[in-house]
Design a protein around this ligand. Structure first.
Ligand code: SF4
Length: 437
């Protein structure tokens, strides 16, 4: 047996990071002594990706291929599975990853042999260790398998609260020279919790891990961080700043153990808004970037998103983070219901609150999210590659599609030149500065 773990490439100008999910699967295969390789398509050009993949499978005699699938690569993975099976009939094809975890039945398709929707690595590990034995597969939770009578989907696995293996970080080391986040440099990834206890309408992170929020022991998280050579760490929890006691404990451990790293993490706006006293501690522990889901500048849109915050909370979050020297990276979701005035208000909000780092996504009802149920009949497209927050997937209510795109472009045109200038000047992290210098 020899397994190729593949991360399909998709268009991204803003980041090129390690395939952490596959690195954990690689760690499980390493422990089992099963030969494998992680094939990260992000490290190669777009052109001829499938030709390279086929050639690799043939030349190096892989017996199984496992795809990690996101919402925007779902069609491509289904198509590649079908084509690979046609060319290599004895090849075992597996599908897993975030999209398969939430919508596993969508991958019970031609060319696929197994779909893994286990929340950790244990089902995958046991299945590979058994040599894809059908009897073993029948007993594994979180696994769909093709049988003579069609597909059989085993019950989902229980939620996980920790990793059971160490990741194989070799892919990160190999591609470190190409690793980057726009304007921020290279980052290694660490995950300290699973899912999110909130339920914003557009978000499908909250559906992960069976919809159950769990936290890893901080001692394990710190051990992961200390084992990394990287200076900058992105804590990729869907919401790292959630529990006050845990955040304090994390910072205390970092300081006590003398960990000298720079941290970036996601947060909801209500945490920095309600805990300004904690932010200097975060700064001392090495936090610099907080990615805040501000989402919108008006209460009505925030309510429609079920965000449980408000404009005033957003403003307090930005203010408090700035006062502590922390960079607030404002993440916005532009609604299909936005009017011309809403676009103007959003820009006014950004200017008034002196936000420098901003990211704009377009409201997308991902399958599995609450919004999908609400908008499934209004979807303009079902093409997976359009599910990336960059495309209009619901007809804008107050303008043409073209004007909507144009206004999103104008949002970027109005905000990014200054950010670029400040990055080039080396002052993009100076939260006291306001102007172009
Ligand atoms: S948007 Fe953030 S806070 Fe809301 S459900 Fe998703 S991860 Fe949780």
């Amino acid at each position: 047996m020899k397994i190729l773990l593949v991360r399909p490439k998709f268009f991204s100008l803003v980041a090129n990071l390690e395939p952490l999910g596959l690195e954990y699967l690689g760690g499980a295969l390493r422990e089992e002594g099963i030969p494998y390789e992680i094939w990260d398509e992000f490290q190669a050009p777009f052109a001829l990706r499938f030709t390279r993949l086929r050639r690799k499978i043939r030349r190096e005699r892989f017996t199984a291929v496992g795809f990690s699938v996101n919402a925007n690569t779902a069609d491509e993975v289904r198509e590649k599975a079908r084509a690979l099976k046609a060319e290599f009939p004895r090849l075992t094809v597996l599908v897993g990853g975030p999209e398969a975890e939430v919508n596993y039945r969508d991958f019970c398709t031609e060319g696929v042999d197994f779909v893994c929707y286990d929340y950790g690595v244990e089902t995958f590990r046991a299945m590979c260790a058994s040599g894809f034995d059908p009897a073993a597969a029948a007993a594994l939770p979180g696994l769909a398998r093709r049988t003579g009578d069609g597909w059989v989907c085993n019950p989902p696995a229980p939620p996980v609260s920790n990793f059971t293996v160490q990741p194989d970080r070799e892919p990160m080391r190999r591609s470190w020279r190409r690793n980057f986040i726009f304007g921020k440099g290279p980052h290694a990834l660490v995950k300290a919790s699973f899912s999110c206890p909130f339920r914003c309408a557009f978000c499908y992170c909250t559906m992960m891990n069976g919809g159950v929020y769990t936290q890893r022991p901080l001692s394990d998280v710190l051990a992961d961080i200390e084992a990394l050579e990287a200076e900058r760490i992105w804590l990729v929890d869907d919401d790292f700043l959630l529990n006050r006691e845990r955040v304090v404990e994390f910072c205390d451990l970092v300081l006590k153990r003398g960990v000298r790293k720079q941290f970036m993490a996601y947060a909801r706006a209500d945490f920095p808004a309600e805990h300004p006293d904690l932010l200097p501690l975060l700064y001392r522990a090495g936090f610099r970037d907080i990615l805040v889901g501000l989402e919108a500048a008006d209460d009505a849109t925030l309510d429609a998103y079920h965000k449980e915050t408000g404009r005033a909370v957003n403003e307090a979050a930005i203010r408090n983070l700035r006062a502590a020297g922390l960079v607030c990276n404002g993440l916005f979701v532009v609604s299909h219901a936005a009017t011309r005035e809403d676009f103007r208000n959003l820009l006014d909000f950004i200017r008034k609150n002196r936000l420098l780092w901003v990211v704009f996504g377009i409201f997308t009802p991902y399958k599995g999210s609450d919004a999908y149920e609400e908008y499934r009949d209004r979807l303009l497209t079902r093409k997976a590659k359009k599910l990336d927050g960059l495309h209009v997937t619901i007809r804008p209510e107050h303008m043409s599609k073209l004007m909507f795109y144009l206004r999103v472009v104008l949002l970027h045109a109005a905000t990014y030149p200054k950010l670029l200038f400040r990055i080039l000047r080396g002052t993009a992290y100076d939260t006291e500065k306001d102007g172009w210098w």
